[in-house]
Design a binder for this molecule. Structure first.
Ligand SMILES: Cc1cc2nc3c(=O)[nH]c(=O)nc-3n(C[C@H](O)[C@H](O)[C@H](O)COP(=O)(O)OP(=O)(O)OC[C@H]3O[C@@H](n4cnc5c(N)ncnc54)[C@H](O)[C@@H]3O)c2cc1C
Length: 385
């Protein structure tokens, strides 16, 4: 799709690389992965070789050292091809790697960022629990000091790529159980699957995003060395929320990619499908749908890139990242619904790609903060400002 964005030569090259990668390695397989709920672990290495798993990691740690805008341009391409690959790339680049970059010690960055950037290890982010979703600070997983180590117990829920991740940033209570300090008593730990007591639990059977593995992680008396604690043992929740600023821009862009793909399919079908002796795109009722889709998609992209540019200038963009996520994900849900309408009955079948896009779009309104929670963030900021 043409957009209002002006791309630099580097950005154009990255977008072209992402498109070529998707045409060869993602698009031909996406429908089958969706049917089989299959996560292809070789994707991690392939994305890593292209630098797509270290887009904002500095070159000193084998990343590409690029800005948020350029990262999001690549993410839109990948997400348009398959939202399951998109979420893998978004979580990895936005959450665990950003937390390590911002709050990790030099030794932690040296040990973990290189393998994450090269795609040797996949990153995951473990905040949610079965009984702590929107109210994540109500988490129960507990870390207790034992000599130089910490012993972790609890269950983390809904962890994207949790069963294949080599590095998991896990938020766990560090305050004692009888003197809970809410959000202020939580630490962030660098957890690896080789730790004794690390177990992969229930795998979710999902309506969409089926090629993205979503699992529970169980920490069963898991002994974590003291040097795996990130920064201050009481500030893990704050670190997690700050990285969710990047995360929400990532999910907004994932939604943008889904919406764009649905629009492209609807546009092509409107040109080709004949009814009443002419292409359905000749009917103004169908043209209006395409017009509204294109308008909302371009509005979402413009908001996302204005916010990314502000972030790269070092400005605080908390409520704007929430606006991006809210607007782009609701756009994805609306556009995919309209795309099915343009396809008529065929759109309701698995023979055409729009029903998958519709199913994939729904979760973007839920994870990394539901639409209601984004409205809470934006509403609070509105009253403060
Ligand atoms: C496919 C998938 C992948 C995920 N990946 C990860 C991951 O990698 N890591 C991770 O930590 N988590 C992950 N999550 C968890 C996700 O972030 C949570 O599902 C989400 O935060 C919502 O929590 P919940 O599901 O417990 O819903 P609840 O919090 O129980 O919410 C239920 C409903 O109540 C509404 N609600 C709750 N509080 C309020 C309020 N204050 N005001 C108005 N409405 C409210 C919600 O908006 C929602 O509509 C994933 C989830 C899914 C589905």
């Amino acid at each position: 799709m043409n957009s209002l964005l002006h791309l630099s030569e580097t950005q154009r090259a990255i977008v072209d690389t992402a498109r070529e990668f998707c045409a060869a390695e993602v698009t031909p397989y996406a429908a089958q992965w969706d049917r089989d709920a299959h996560f292809d672990p070789t994707l991690t290495h392939k994305l890593g070789e292209l630098g797509f798993l270290g887009m904002m990691i500095p070159e000193a740690h084998d990343g590409l050292g690029l800005d948020t805008t350029t990262y999001l341009l690549a993410l839109e391409e990948i997400s348009a091809a398959d939202a399951s690959v998109g979420v893998l790339m978004s979580v990895h680049n936005s959450l665990p790697t950003q937390m390590l970059l911002k709050y990790g010690s030099e030794a932690q960055r040296r040990e973990f960022l290189g393998p994450l950037a090269r795609g040797e290890k996949l990153g995951a982010f473990a905040l949610s629990e079965p009984d702590a979703g929107s109210d994540a600070a109500a988490m129960r997983a507990q870390a207790v000091r034992d000599g130089d180590d910490w012993v972790l117990n609890g269950t983390k829920a809904w962890i994207s790529a949790g069963g294949h991740a080599g590095v998991v940033l896990a938020m766990v209570r560090t305050d004692s159980s009888d003197a809970r300090k809410g959000a202020k008593g939580i630490g962030a730990f660098i957890v690896t699957p080789d730790l004794p007591g690390f177990k992969v639990g229930k795998k979710e059977n999902k309506m969409g995003l089926r090629a993205s593995e979503t699992v529970q992680l169980v920490f069963d008396n898991m002994r974590v060395p003291g040097d795996r604690l990130l920064g201050d043992p009481t500030q893990g929740f704050v670190y997690a929320l700050q990285s969710l600023e990047s995360g929400r821009l990532g999910i907004a862009t994932q939604a943008l990619g889904i919406a764009r793909a649905a629009y492209d399919h609807a546009r092509a079908y409107a040109r080709e499908r004949q009814q009443f002796g002419q292409a359905i795109g000749e009917f103004q009722g169908v043209q209006f749908k395409l017009a509204d889709m294109a308008t909302r998609i371009n509005a979402a992209r413009s908001l996302i890139h204005a916010t990314a540019a502000a972030k790269d200038r070092g400005e605080a963009v908390g409520e704007y990242a929430s606006m991006c996520k809210l607007f782009a994900t609701e756009t994805a849900m609306w556009v995919t619904t309209q795309a099915i309408q343009v396809f008529g009955g065929y759109g309701y079948t698995t023979d055409y790609p729009v029903e998958k896009l519709f199913r994939d779009a729904k979760v973007t309104e839920i994870y990394e903060g539901t639409s209601e929670i984004q409205r809470v963030v934006i509403g609070r900021a509105a009253l403060k400002g």
